[in-house]
Ligand binder design. Structure first.
Ligand code: A2P
Length: 269
């Protein structure tokens, strides 16, 4: 007879859902993605973030993470860095299928289409894990109803960090339901700063030089017809904000829609 005690299931604090990990993918030694089950009561708007984490020593250890999956997906997906000394990501990077993760019950955030005035082209500009909210928005039918063109520009240091490149280049255009909608509307512009690649350089420089507009065949950024969402490092957000405001863009918020919105790519530890 096996009389070893069964380990008690962890008690999930009331502010969280306890969800089961269903998929983990390591892009590089600095970057990984995971998916988990989704409680039917967990509702969010594409582009929002929630507090995500693990029970550690009986307490929740959580950080803000943008939801990377679209609102219609049965599961939830997240994109995370790995920091060996980071309190959460040093642990989270070891999660495996079947483990329990905490999902905060109250998603929120500013990178939502309601915070932007109507426009023609939606520019989703990300560095690193800042791509996460745009992975959600780029799979949202509502976004394609609102805009004629949707650009996803993702800048990373190395080619291997272009997470989900295949999703943009192959899966979405061939997707059973979204394919027709994104065809001719969704433009993916990956760029790399620290090794050779077909598009090279920081997004700020690509905009300043006009290179990205020439490559995509689009007019230069103008608040009359362009809307921008920014999600990157503190430095990228600061530099992009300054560039946009110099061009007459105004920041939108949950109280007043504008021509651009910004949020930092959260987790750095
Ligand atoms: P760079 O390699 O020139 O620093 P990180 O991995 O450090 O978060 O950086 C992700 C990407 O963001 C890198 O390609 C990096 O370029 C770029 N980046 C860093 N700072 C800025 C900035 N102020 N404006 C635009 N891009 C930036």
């Amino acid at each position: 007879m096996n009389d070893a005690p069964t380990p008690a299931a962890p008690v999930i604090p009331a502010a969280y859902f306890g969800e089961r990990v269903t998929w983990v993918h390591h892009w590089t030694d600095r970057l990984f993605s995971f998916r988990c089950t989704r409680d039917t009561a967990f509702r969010f708007r594409a582009g929002e973030f929630a507090m995500i984490g693990l029970m550690v020593n009986g307490k929740p250890l959580v950080r803000a993470y943008s939801v990377a999956s679209p609102t219609w997906d049965e599961e939830l997906e997240f994109l995370s860095i790995k920091v060996q000394a980071g309190p959460l990501t040093s642990r989270l990077q070891h999660i495996a299928v079947g483990d329990t993760v905490l999902i905060g019950r109250k998603p929120t955030g500013t990178l939502v289409t309601d915070n932007l005035l109507p426009g023609r082209t939606l520019w989703l500009l990300a560095t690193g894990t800042g791509l996460a909210p745009f992975l959600s928005l780029a799979r949202e039918p509502d976004v394609y109803e609102r805009y004629e063109t949707v650009v996803v520009a993702h800048t990373v240091r190395e080619v291997a960090e272009l997470a989900h490149r295949d999703l943009f280049e192959r899966e979405l255009p061939a997707h059973e339901f979204l394919g027709e909608m994104v065809a001719g509307k969704l433009l993916y512009y990956p760029s790399v700063t620290r090794e050779p690649f077909r598009h090279q350089g920081r997004i700020t420089d690509l905009i300043e030089s006009g290179r990205i507009f020439a490559d995509l065949g689009l007019p230069v950024l103008n608040p009359e017809h362009d809307r921008v969402m920014l999600c990157g490092s503190e430095a990228m957000n600061r530099d992009m904000k300054a560039m946009l405001e110099a061009r007459g863009f105004e920041e939108g918020s949950n109280n007043a829609p504008g021509s651009y919105v910004v949020e930092k790519a959260f987790v750095t530890k």
